[in-house]
Design a protein around this ligand. Structure first.
Ligand code: DAH
Length: 350
């Protein structure tokens, strides 16, 4: 044994005393860096104090007791470091929670409120009116066959009435439906009478000016049962138009022609802007055309497998965009589809 001032420990009791020193250092650790430094100083593989002590074993008298003491010291340091690690982790979690915490006293962020598009508002309103009358809502595809869009609606091939529809054709012979009437066909092919359906949807025509958009919206109505008469059509339309506009609205039927109805009519209402007195919007007539209607042509019924000797029906169709323009005072149909937020906000949620 030499007489150097810092003589290395030679007895197990001296080793055990080092534990206090380690405990104190580990207890003082306050972050990950400090923890790592203490770990290396004590149990680092190459130069840690435990390593130094192990290297002393060949030179001490009580090799076995000394070795056991070093092992106990090592285990104790390891346990203390593990506890310190847990303490640091808990502190980190708490800090994270503090950072993520919501300050409920802060003012909320304003989310601008959306509004239902005027056309959709009108569509829902019309659906609701007819659902109360016992109708169900139906829909059909916007890409349609010639057969459903024309043929089964009694537009024969080469019939001049097809020209009025300004059809967009697809390369495969299908087309973009020009009206919601093909859903009449789909409904009759799928369901037996009695049936009453209301059919909103988008339709397409090769037409584009201040009053026409190549895409617009229609609602179709269809009722088929035994004993349905023209007076049922008239009563239904009057009730509907009084609900949609006002009970004072005048309703007038004019004879017209559609291939799929016979007889057919066009329906006018008294101009909602001047109440029938005559103004620029109604071209001084006091009336506005609002829909087409008629009794379902027997050929259409028969084409769908509905016996025309037993069943009769009525149908009607109207443009939703026009109704939305009248109701919201929108002068130009394009305004409806430009998605200008100012217009949408003006229409508001109803
Ligand atoms: N489909 C017609 C059109 O787009 C509108 C129409 C007229 C529908 C008379 C009908 C009807 O159901 O009976 O011009």
């Amino acid at each position: 044994m030499s007489s150097e001032p810092a003589a290395p420990p030679a007895h197990p009791e001296e080793v055990a005393r080092l534990a206090g020193e380690a405990d104190a250092e580990i207890a003082a650790v306050s972050d990950r860096r400090g923890w790592e430094a203490v770990r290396i100083r004590w149990i680092g593989r190459r130069e840690g104090r435990v390593r130094e002590l192990l290297d002393l074993i060949p030179r001490v008298a009580d090799k076995r007791g000394f070795g056991q003491a070093v092992n106990r010291l090592k285990e104790r340091v390891e346990a203390a470091l593990a506890a310190a690690d847990e303490r640091l982790a808990a502190a980190e979690r708490a800090a994270q929670r503090r950072e993520a915490a919501v300050d409920v006293t802060l003012p909320g962020r304003r989310v601008p409120g959306g509004a239902i598009h005027p056309v959709i508002q009108i569509s829902r309103e019309i659906e609701e009116i007819f659902v109360r009358l016992g109708y169900t809502v139906a829909e059909g595809p916007e890409v349609e066959s010639d057969r459903y869009n024309f043929e089964l609606l009694n537009f024969p091939p080469d019939h001049p009435a097809r020209d009025t529809q300004d059809t967009f054709f697809l390369e495969d012979g299908r087309l973009l439906r020009t009206h919601t009437s093909p859903v009449q066909i789909r409904t009759m092919l799928a369901r037996r009478p009695p049936l009453r359906v209301i059919i909103p949807g988008r339709v397409y025509r090769h037409d584009n000016d201040l009053r026409h958009s190549p895409m617009f919206h229609q609602v179709e109505g269809l009722a088929v049962a035994e004993g349905i008469r023209f007076s049922d059509l008239k009563g239904t339309l009057e009730a509907f138009l009084h609900r949609l506009f006002s009970p004072e609205t005048g309703v007038r039927l004019r004879p017209s022609f559609f291939p799929f109805t016979e007889p057919s009519c066009e329906v006018d209402i008294t101009c909602p802007f001047c109440r029938g007195k005559g103004c620029a919007t109604c071209s001084e007539t006091g009336w506005m055309e609002i829909l087409g209607a008629g009794m379902v042509d027997p050929r259409v019924l028969a084409g769908c497998g509905v016996d025309p000797d037993r069943y009769t029906g009525f149908a009607f169709g109207l443009g939703l965009d026009r109704v939305a323009m009248i109701r919201f005072g929108i002068p130009n149909i394009r305004l409806l589809f430009e998605n200008d937020e100012r217009l949408l906000r003006q229409a508001g949620i109803r």
